[in-house]
Design a protein around this ligand. Sequence first.
Ligand SMILES: [Zn+2]
Length: 346
Amino acid sequence: MHEVLEIVCPNCAANIKLPSIAPVHTCGFCGTAIQVDQIAGPDGKSITGEELPEETKRTLIFKDHYIVRANYTGNEARTIMQDWIKKLPQAPQDFENSATITKQELKFYPIWVGEFTASSRYAGLDDWPEFHRPAYDRAGWYEHVSYTRRTETGFVLREYNIPLLGMKNIPNHLRNFIVPTTSKEYFDITHVKELGGIVEDSQYSVEDAQRTLRLAVFNRQMNEMRKEVHTITNREDDLEEGDIFYIQFPVYEIEFNYNKKKYQAFIDGSTGRIIHIDVPISRKFKLFSLIAGLGQIGLGVGLGIFGIVFPDKFIFGGLSAGAGLIVFGSLLLSMSAKKGAQEKQA
Ligand SMILES: [Zn+2]
């Protein structure tokens, strides 16, 4: 289905065509975040051509719209990728000359961040230990412990800053990426255009995002209570909602071919950090780690057997040294089979 919806930007009056799946769309002309779901009804009817009062137009714009700027150009992102790959021992030395970059895009992905203050009073059940029969040979020890259920009450007060990725079909490698949003600024479409970026739309409406974030706060409060009681019997929550931000963050996505195989790289456009790179592994390295890995495992097994056959001489040293070598060998083996690497996020 490629249903195209036509709307008029409530800010700059440009005619916009967009796929009807996006409840929030960033106008490509003025950079306004438009609440499309409030313009088009469930039947997909558009308001094209209709003259709206200024008051109504303002409600169609989402004002807390921000951007994390890309501080790196496409060329710089590519250099970061190549330099990083070259430093890896398993990567082929001829990478720079023999890999072909087939695609390179800068995408500004959507993320919602909600600020909340939550206070919850709760009552719940917990097991309390009771000690019986003091041990005769050890002071302070007991031979029997029984548990009784007890009602406990408590209070949890927390402040939250919760992120929600705006897309369900975001690339897998971005799912666990913690987006640095502290450097956000008001959204600026000229910055995106200068770098030839693509703005991705949120698949959640403002209300959807709010609801999901509130639920996350509710669950986190519950986890706090669960640290104290195993069953919650009663709770009263007070959720104070602060600001909800809609932020677009920059990611360079690079695709390249090496040795007739396809690889992908994701680089944070704001910090230049590697989010994920599939690293081609040179034949030489594969062969080396395979042989070395098998060798270590063989040696480990041998030492283990030696330890068992000659127990009085060697059992402990033989077995533990053998186990160590097997672990090390397996590590080398797994390296020979691996594809993909990423920088650890601090
Ligand atoms: Zn506009």
